[in-house]
Design a binder for this molecule. Structure first.
Ligand code: RB5
Length: 151
C-alpha cells in the first residue's frame, strides 16, 4: 500500500479533507499532518511537516494545498531531495511524476475546484517515473542542490 502524506493551510482545509478521504477510499495509507482547523496559520509549517516525512521515507509522496499552491511549493523545494510541482492541469500532474520524478504535488484551493483537485491527485499518484534520459536530468537537479553541478 502506497504511503502518502498530506498537509494544507487554512485556505485549503475542506479541500485537503476531501482529498484525504478520496485517497483513503482508494486504498492509500494517508497521514494528515494538518492544519486541522480553519484558524489562520502559516503554510511553511505544514510544508515542512510533509517534506520531513517524504525525506525520511515514512511517506513515498506528499500532497500540499494552500490558496495558490505556490507558497507550499516554494517551501517544499527548499528541502533536500524534495521535488515539488505546483500543478493546475492533469497533464502536468502526470508528467511531473513520469519525467521529473516529483515527490510532492502542490495545488491551490483558490485555483482549482474539487473535481479537478481529485483528478490532479489521481494523475500524480498513479504515474510512475520513466527513468532513462529523465533520470540523467533528475540527477542534474540533485547535483545543483548539492553544489556539484557541472555542464
Ligand atoms: C493564505 O492567505 C495564502 O497566502 C496561502 O494559502 C497561499 O496561497 C500562499 O502561497
Amino acid at each position: 500500500m502506497k504511503k502518502l502524506v498530506i498537509g494544507c493551510d487554512h485556505a485549503a482545509l475542506d479541500m485537503k479533507n476531501s482529498v484525504r478521504e478520496h485517497l483513503i477510499a482508494r486504498g492509500f495509507d494517508v497521514t494528515d499532518v494538518g492544519t486541522y482547523t480553519s484558524d489562520s496559520c502559516n503554510y511553511p509549517v505544514f510544508a515542512h511537516r510533509v517534506c520531513e516525512k517524504v525525506q525520511s521515507g515514512e511517506a513515498e509522496m506528499g500532497i500540499l494545498i494552500c490558496g495558490t499552491g505556490i507558497g507550499m511549493s516554494l517551501v517544499a523545494n527548499k528541502h533536500k531531495g524534495i521535488r515539488a510541482a505546483c500543478c493546475s492541469d492533469t497533464f502536468s500532474a502526470r508528467l511531473t511524476r513520469q519525467h521529473n520524478d516529483a515527490n510532492v504535488l502542490c495545488f491551490g484551493a483558490r485555483v482549482v475546484g474539487i473535481g479537478l483537485a481529485l483528478d490532479l491527485v489521481d494523475n500524480f499518484v498513479d504515474a510512475e517515473f520513466e527513468g532513462g534520459k529523465h533520470a540523467v536530468r533528475v540527477d542534474m537537479i540533485t547535483a545543483v542542490e548539492n553544489g556539484t553541478f557541472h555542464e
